[in-house]
Design a protein around this ligand. Structure first.
Ligand code: GRG
Length: 298
């Protein structure tokens, strides 16, 4: 099947399930406003990369996509929460996300904060639901919940965000910066691959190799994000550029310079592709997906 067709099909599957997991629109619920704010950011577009990684690693190891879908959706919920909170005035203070006003611009700070909390909580609710437990079995469900909670928490994305926020305005060392990126951006991407391995019942060594891949693309993905914040097209990206510089952030561009950052991303994506090639062969969909990540302009 054509690469773009498969990407579209994966996304469709995720969109439909996310919609099914979201609370229905109802004028009678007293908390209807937070449901609306949650739907606004959860169903509001995005590349769905984390979900696709979970689905495709599951498929690559011979698993059924259905078994990876709850985790794929949980990943997108956690990701959407992080974007809502990251955009708040007390964090990056951004007005535009995925081509629309940010959640707090549309609903106000209080509701945006609560919508983020709601999405984070919903991620774990859907994974522990009876249908998910029946589908995956209790052991794999608990393992998935453990992987996701560790990736989202204080030793993962949240910890990285703390280091990023508190490190703005002062020069970080290269190792501090690498650690911050591995936590803030890398942890959730790594968890996406890990969830796919769990759903696809990958063996220990296969999982280790897949996680090496994930660590490389995690760093490379953030480098690309930093490069796009300097030279990206705001129309294509659906968000404002130059925000890192305005906030005096430590980025791969400030740490390495633009060209060295480009070279580093290229080399990491290349190593990541080698990992996929030795796991699944040259022609595999995940090779094309890695290439697509390396070339992304949004
Ligand atoms: C607890 C108040 C509070 C805040 C936590 C954890 C957190 C806020 C923020 C996470 C940090 C973060 C947003 C990292 C950026 C990761 C990144 C590169 C996001 C962009 O991902 P894409 O390009 O986005 O996949 P789309 O829109 O395509 O889904």
């Amino acid at each position: 099947m054509d690469f773009n067709q498969r990407l579209w099909e994966d996304r469709q599957m995720v969109e439909l399930r996310l919609k099914a997991y979201s609370a229905p629109e109802s004028p009678y619920l007293i908390q209807k406003d937070v449901f609306e704010a949650m739907r606004y950011s959860l169903l509001g577009g995005g590349k769905r990369l984390r979900a696709i990684l979970a689905l495709e690693f599951c498929r690559a190891f011979g698993g059924e996509l259905e078994e990876a879908l709850p985790a794929a959706c949980a990943l997108e919920m956690i990701h959407a929460y992080s974007l809502i909170h990251d955009d708040l005035p007390c964090m990056d203070d951004d007005d535009l996300r995925r081509g629309k006003p940010t959640n707090h611009k549309k609903f106000g700070d209080a509701l945006a904060l609560l919508a983020g909390d709601g999405l984070l909580t919903l991620a774990f609710e859907i994974l522990s639901r009876e249908d998910s437990v029946e589908l995956m079995g209790p052991a794999r469900c608990i393992e998935t919940i453990h992987v996701l909670s560790c990736a989202a928490g204080e030793y993962g994305m949240l910890g990285g965000q703390v280091a990023d926020v508190l490190g703005s305005g002062r020069a970080m060392t290269k190792s501090e910066h690498s650690e911050m990126v591995a936590m803030k951006t890398g942890a959730l991407l790594r968890a996406a691959v890990h969830c796919g391995c769990i759903a696809g019942k990958a063996g220990k060594e296969q999982t280790q190799a897949a996680l090496h891949y994930a660590e490389r693309i995690g760093t490379a993905f953030q480098i690309t994000d930093d490069l796009l914040d300097v030279l990206g097209d705001p129309q294509l990206m659906g968000k404002n550029v130059g925000s890192d510089q305005r906030a005096d952030k430590n980025t791969f561009v400030t740490m390495l310079g633009f060209h060295e950052a480009q070279r580093r991303a290229f080399s990491l994506f290349e190593k990541a592709s080698e990992e996929i090639s030795s796991l699944f062969g040259e022609e595999h969909f995940l090779m094309q997906l890695t290439d697509w990540m390396a070339r992304r302009s949004q």
